[in-house]
Design a protein. Structure first.
Length: 265
């Protein structure tokens, strides 16, 4: 948060589209750096679940649990930051509401005082809040992965499974919305794969994050005691975890490229 935000009231220009207001360099650095570190923590933490690692190093699972916990905490910070930016039209947006209705109302098909109108305005905020829920579930589950909570490991696994489902659905929803967004005609909301190609870095960010959620969803199900009985079972789980962490890291790399190597107003 910049100092000018705290020292003086922020006034939204009536000529600005509040749904596409610019993000500061500090905002992008904070968001991108935490996402990258979180993804790397997941990737490295996943390696701790190979039997050849934890059988030779007694502290490996402890390190893995802590890396997942730190990574999940950073993901939660990232998602909260992004949700707060995209909350306009959803909630806590009083200072933007007049500008939204004055300058972005043409983007909505229904008036604000109808159910469909409220949903249209809240859709993006709900989508990003789903990511917040997924990261929060990851954090709760990751804490229970730490061996000191070994008696609660199964509960942690189920929290991680549900969190992965939230992440995948949220990211798939983002990809779908992108495919329905024509940057040249915002009133054209038809689903087109060509729309995704107009912002490939954004597609990479959301697509790889969604794929990462799938790998952790399947991997954590197979981590449950009913399916994880032999060393080969454990290797299968660790491979899926590493694939998930790698997908998150690729997503973070696409985000870095988008923030630092593409044009921003």
């Amino acid at each position: 948060m910049t100092s000018t935000t705290e020292e003086t009231p922020f006034v939204v220009s009536l000529n600005d589209n509040v749904l596409e207001r610019p993000q500061s360099s500090l905002w992008r650095i904070f968001h991108g750096t935490h996402y990258m570190i979180g993804a790397l923590n997941f990737c490295i933490g996943s390696c701790m679940f190979f039997p050849s690692v934890y059988n030779n190093y007694s502290f490996a699972l402890t390190i893995g649990g802590w890396l997942f916990t730190i990574g999940s905490f950073l993901f939660l910070l990232v998602d909260l930051q992004e949700w707060w930016y995209h909350r306009v039209g959803c909630c806590f947006d009083g200072k933007y509401r007049t500008s939204l209705e004055t300058h972005a109302s043409s983007l909505f098909r229904n008036p604000r005082n109808t159910f469909h109108g409220r949903y249209e305005r809240a859709e993006v905020g709900i989508n990003f809040f789903m990511s917040v829920c997924g990261s929060a579930l990851y954090l709760a589950g990751s804490i229970l992965f730490i061996p000191v909570f070994r008696n609660e490991l199964v509960s942690g696994e189920w929290l991680f499974i549900v969190g992965s489902a939230f992440i995948h659905v949220s990211q798939t929803w983002k990809v779908y919305r992108s495919a329905c967004t024509n940057i040249h005609d915002r009133h054209d909301r038809r689903f087109r794969l060509s729309n995704l190609l107009k912002d490939i870095p954004a597609f990479g960010v959301d697509g790889f994050a969604g794929i990462g959620g799938v790998f952790y969803f399947i991997g954590t199900i197979l981590f449950l005691p009913a399916f994880n009985k032999t060393n080969m079972d454990a290797v299968r789980v660790a491979v899926l975890f590493v694939c998930g962490g790698t997908s998150f890291t690729l997503s973070a790399l696409f985000l870095q490229y988008r923030y630092h190597f593409t044009h921003h107003d």
